[in-house]
Design a protein around this ligand. Structure first.
Ligand code: HEC
Ligand code: HEC
Ligand code: HEC
Ligand code: HEC
Ligand code: HEC
Ligand code: HEC
Length: 434
């Protein structure tokens, strides 16, 4: 009786471990789900309608997270409890057009504007409802942030995690640390279990060894030593190790392919402290003065050191930062600017098509560059982002004979609908992928 069981003891031990693992991990997941649910309900109690908060979270992530976090100062101030600091109508006006409020001399607006070195927050064409939902989201996040202090560097990734996580709005960070505790407890339990099982196995062997009337098969088993090479050779172990390896590999591959260049808010340090705020903002130098090809070709060029020398052969000659330009020219080496925006090779993007032909402003895609001391990636640069604009943006057809017939045909087919970029084929795969 015993022999037929102990024959399979090691695989049995393994499968036991495995089933415990699955049971426990599903238990942990269940806990996670219930915790994040709690997070949401608590949030809803504090802030109101759940769907509204989720909509607010998404809007916040798309429009604001590149400059604002809840607890941390990024480009703009931390927004924790900002709903207590300002009234809702004030917030609506501010988010729609902050510079108008500053110009009108509003005291609160002036104070915050001056505190942030007279940087201008961009305007947002959002509806009352949309802004209200964002304020609700900020309210909920402020409440959760108060109970669970963040340890994460909360730039837009943190906001993304908080909004994309299974909990939707709120609870993201609290759930994280909770999960860690569960995981550690799990590992400890597993180790204890393995030790206990090994002890039991040994006790059983000892007991059997004491018996005289064992047949050959059982005797062999009792004499058997624990053998790692058997574990290696076990099918189950091979399959599990293989699977784990595969999962890790795919995870890395996905990170590598889809992560490239698509980091909203990416703001690398540059070799020279060149400031767009100073040059394009205060001194009002035209973008085109430096990025000379942006209206003419696919790529916007980064200016060579010679262009800097047009001015800096005279201006600020002694500044250590300007010395770096001289050094580059003397060594006849280009300045090694770090690239900020970088689409993957599979996508085709053409600047002149957008700036010259389409009449799209640089700031629509690059944000308020003229207020940035250090350039960062303002837009997500994802396929969804390109396509959303193409669906909504009316095509600039005026004074362009090429479009006359197309527009006429379009108007006949879709009465009154706007002739957008996508009406002209701007959402066809082959326009952007070749
Ligand atoms: C390009 C960066 C940028 C973006 C994007 C941005 N802001 Fe701001 N925001 C700022 C700066 C900078 C300030 C500080 C005031 C100033 O200098 O104009 C500010 C101030 C604020 C304030 C006042 C904070 C206080 O403490 O009184 C609120 C509220 C605010 N922003 C909300 C938003 C919301 C909501 C969004 C998204 C719809 C948003 N901001 C998007 C840069 C930004
Ligand atoms: C005096 C020259 C100068 C002017 C004027 C200027 N830029 Fe730049 N720009 C640079 C240099 C140098 C870099 C590379 C260093 C950096 O990223 O800050 C750069 C980088 C950039 C980048 C990031 C490129 C990348 O690596 O992805 C963008 C976007 C940009 N500029 C847009 C603008 C816009 C929009 C304007 C006008 C509002 C403007 N620039 C005006 C010199 C200039
Ligand atoms: C059209 C003229 C012009 C061009 C072109 C120009 N700059 Fe400037 N730059 C200025 C002015 C004006 C200042 C401000 C000087 C001051 O504060 O007194 C300045 C200041 C600077 C400073 C700050 C120096 C300091 O120590 O305060 C740096 C760094 C700088 N420029 C780098 C560059 C680089 C790099 C380029 C080429 C990509 C460039 N500039 C091109 C006009 C120019
Ligand atoms: C429709 C959106 C859009 C507009 C408008 C736009 N850009 Fe860009 N810009 C991009 C994208 C997308 C990239 C990344 C391109 C790539 O990686 O191939 C980029 C990259 C850049 C770069 C880095 C060099 C390069 O070509 O990759 C500079 C500099 C730049 N833009 C400057 C400007 C200036 C200056 C303007 C206004 C005259 C402008 N851009 C208008 C979307 C835009
Ligand atoms: C802010 C709006 C906006 C964004 C964002 C935008 N585009 Fe466009 N795009 C336009 C407009 C407007 C045109 C039409 C220009 C014209 O031909 O008049 C256009 C045209 C194009 C065309 C030519 C389409 C045709 O029918 O010939 C391509 C290709 C293109 N865009 C690629 C991209 C890619 C790739 C991205 C994202 C990296 C992007 N666009 C992001 C506004 C945008
Ligand atoms: C307006 C431009 C545009 C159009 C139209 C477009 N794409 Fe894309 N696509 C992009 C850009 C930009 C990227 C890279 C950024 C990203 O990965 O989100 C991309 C990435 C991708 C990827 C890589 C995976 C991913 O999501 O990152 C696939 C696959 C893809 N596109 C398929 C398609 C198909 C199929 C169509 C037609 C239905 C299409 N695209 C139409 C701009 C476009």
């Amino acid at each position: 009786m015993i022999s037929c069981k102990s024959n399979k003891k090691y695989p049995l031990l393994l499968s036991l471990l495995l089933s415990f693992l699955t049971v426990f991990s599903s238990f942990a997941q269940g806990e996670q789900a219930s915790v994040s649910q709690d997070g949401v309900t608590a949030g809803a109690a504090a802030g109101g309608d759940d769907a509204q908060v989720q909509a607010g979270a998404a809007l916040f992530k798309n429009n604001c997270a590149s400059c604002h976090a809840i607890n941390e100062k990024l480009v703009g101030p931390p927004l924790k409890d900002v709903h207590k600091k300002h009234k809702l109508p004030w917030l609506i006006n501010w988010i729609r057009n902050s510079s108008k409020m500053v110009q009108s001399g509003d005291k609160e607006a002036l104070a915050i504007f001056n505190e942030y070195d007279k940087q201008q927050m961009p305007s947002f064409a959002l509806s009352d409802d949309e802004i209200t939902s964002m304020v609700k989201y900020i309210e909920v996040e402020s409440a959760t942030a108060a109970t669970a202090p963040t340890g994460t560097p909360a730039n837009d990734q943190a906001a993304a995690a908080a909004t994309d996580g299974p909990g939707g709005a709120g609870g993201g960070i609290a759930t994280d640390s909770y999960l860690h505790i569960v995981l550690i407890a799990l590992i400890i339990i597993l180790i204890v279990m393995v030790v206990v099982l090994l002890i039991i196995a040994n006790l059983m062997k000892d007991y059997l060894r004491g018996k005289k009337d064992l047949d050959g098969n059982d005797r062999e088993l009792v004499e058997q030593r624990f053998d790692f090479s058997k574990v290696y050779k076990s099918r189950a172990v091979q399959v599990i190790v293989g699977l784990i390896f595969l999962i890790v590999l795919t995870d890395i591959a996905i990170e590598e392919t889809f992560g490239v260049g698509l980091q909203q808010g990416y703001q690398p340090r540059q070799p020279i402290a060149f400031s767009h705020k100073l040059h394009a903002g205060e001194h009002q130098i035209d973008c085109n003065y430096c990025h000379t090809s942006v209206y003419k070709s696919k790529n916007a060029n980064i200016p060579s050191a010679n262009i800097c020398m047009n001015c800096h052969s005279q201006i600020k000659k002694e500044s250590p930062e300007i010395r770096k330009i001289y050094a580059a020219i003397e060594k006849d080496q280009p300045i090694e600017w770090v690239r900020v925006h970088n689409l993957p090779d599979l996508a085709y993007f053409n600047h002149s098509q957008h700036t010259q032909v389409g009449g799209v402003e640089c700031q629509t895609c690059h944000g308020p560059i003229e207020t940035m001391d250090v350039v960062y990636q303002f837009s997500p640069l994802t396929m969804g982002w390109c396509i959303n604009c193409h669906r909504e943006q009316p095509l600039n057809t005026e004074g362009n004979g090429y479009y006359n017939n197309l527009v006429k045909l379009h108007d006949q087919a879709n009465k009154g609908a706007v002739f957008t970029v996508s009406s002209n084929g701007g959402t066809e795969c082959s326009k952007c992928h070749y």
